[in-house]
Design a protein around this ligand. Structure first.
Ligand SMILES: Cc1cc2nc3c(=O)[nH]c(=O)nc-3n(C[C@H](O)[C@H](O)[C@H](O)COP(=O)(O)OP(=O)(O)OC[C@H]3O[C@@H](n4cnc5c(N)ncnc54)[C@H](O)[C@@H]3O)c2cc1C
Length: 295
């Protein structure tokens, strides 16, 4: 499904108006850690998620699909056949009502907010897994939580993710002594799988007693960094840092819930009439360690 059907689904997104970045009329492709070839689409440089979500939001509005904002899923009560009773309320707990979705698709995202340090927004509270589990759904692989290796480190600063694509373009990691440490650990060096890079950084932090390592993108031409990574440049500028000149302090933090509500290949959970998709779902496709951009 992931490899054979992806081109058709991407064509759907293009048709729905997602403005993927192109070069000479062709969609531009990037490479991330542990990828054997360049296959990652992006939009707005490094604002891909925002571009996809905003394009789909516009289509939903245009198509007149009913969208109920600030409505929280509280509980699902499966029936022996057909869709489950679905209890929702306003965010403050008022206005409790029962919906009858046909079918119910859980898409409540991950659970990064369970961790003190995470790249995730505050809405990632694992609600979908909790609600489904209480209703009797099978959940799986919850022990696998991915840590992203290169997240901006500065005490008190937001945990801003410094995209892996920067390493795909040639940025390298150095410890506080200025030495690269990944080439001796994995043949792919900085583009080793995320768990390998995160563990290697954690080991360096422990060994040196310094709270972070440094991402060095100074060998990448400035114009390439500015056009390809505008959000990263904007964020770093607020701390007086320029990635074409300065090494960026980074450390691993919690990033992606690999486990979740168990589904089959078509997104069916173990409960009748309930599907799950996105980060709340545990499809098995990520194994114990999701590859970058496979979500
Ligand atoms: C900083 C960052 C960078 C990333 N970069 C990449 C990347 O480059 N490539 C890639 O493939 N993936 C990336 N990811 C991962 C990817 O963005 C997420 O896995 C994906 O967006 C999850 O989508 P989703 O629709 O499952 O959940 P979300 O987009 O998290 O949406 C879940 C929604 O459910 C709502 N919700 C939660 N609980 C309830 C409830 N009880 N009732 C009602 N609504 C609820 C939330 O408010 C939210 O609106 C990144 C993630 C982060 C945080």
């Amino acid at each position: 499904v992931l490899t054979w059907e992806a081109p058709a689904r991407i064509a759907d997104l293009v048709r729905l108006g997602v403005p993927f970045d192109t070069i000479d009329g062709q969609i531009q492709l990037g490479r991330e850690a542990a990828h054997s070839r360049a296959r990652i689409l992006h939009a707005g440089g490094d604002a891909t998620g925002y571009s996809i979500e905003e394009s789909l939001r516009q289509r939903v509005l245009e198509m007149g699909i009913e969208a109920r904002e600030r409505t929280i899923l509280r509980e699902i009560r499966p029936r022996s056949s057909g869709p489950p009773e679905t209890i929702v309320s306003a965010a403050d707990g008022s206005g409790v009502e029962t919906l009858d979705p046909r079918p119910l698709v859980l898409a409540t995202g991950g659970a990064g907010s369970l961790y003190r340090q995470s790249t995730n927004p505050s809405v990632t509270t694992g609600d979908g897994v909790a609600v489904a589990f209480r209703a009797g759904a099978i959940v799986s692989d919850l022990e696998f939580f991915q840590f992203h290796p290169t997240v901006f480190y500065r005490p008190g600063a937001p945990r801003f993710l410094i995209t892996e694509a920067l390493r795909g373009e040639g940025a390298v990691l150095r410890n506080v002594e200025g030495a690269r440490f990944l080439p001796s650990i994995h043949p792919d060096g900085e583009l080793a799988p995320r768990d390998v890079v995160s563990r290697a950084i954690a080991a360096e932090i422990q060994r040196t007693g310094h709270p972070c390592v440094y991402l060095d993108a100074t060998e990448i031409p400035r114009d390439r960094i500015v056009t390809r990574f505008p959000s990263v440049c904007r964020f770093l500028a607020t701390f007086g840092l320029d990635p074409a000149r300065d090494r960026i302090p980074v450390a691993p933090v919690a990033h992606y819930m690999i486990g979740g509500v168990s589904t089959d290949t078509d997104g069916r959970t173990s409960l009748s009439g309930i599907y799950a998709g996105g980060e709340v779902a545990s499809t098995g496709v990520h194994g114990a360690n999701r590859l970058g951009s496979n979500s």
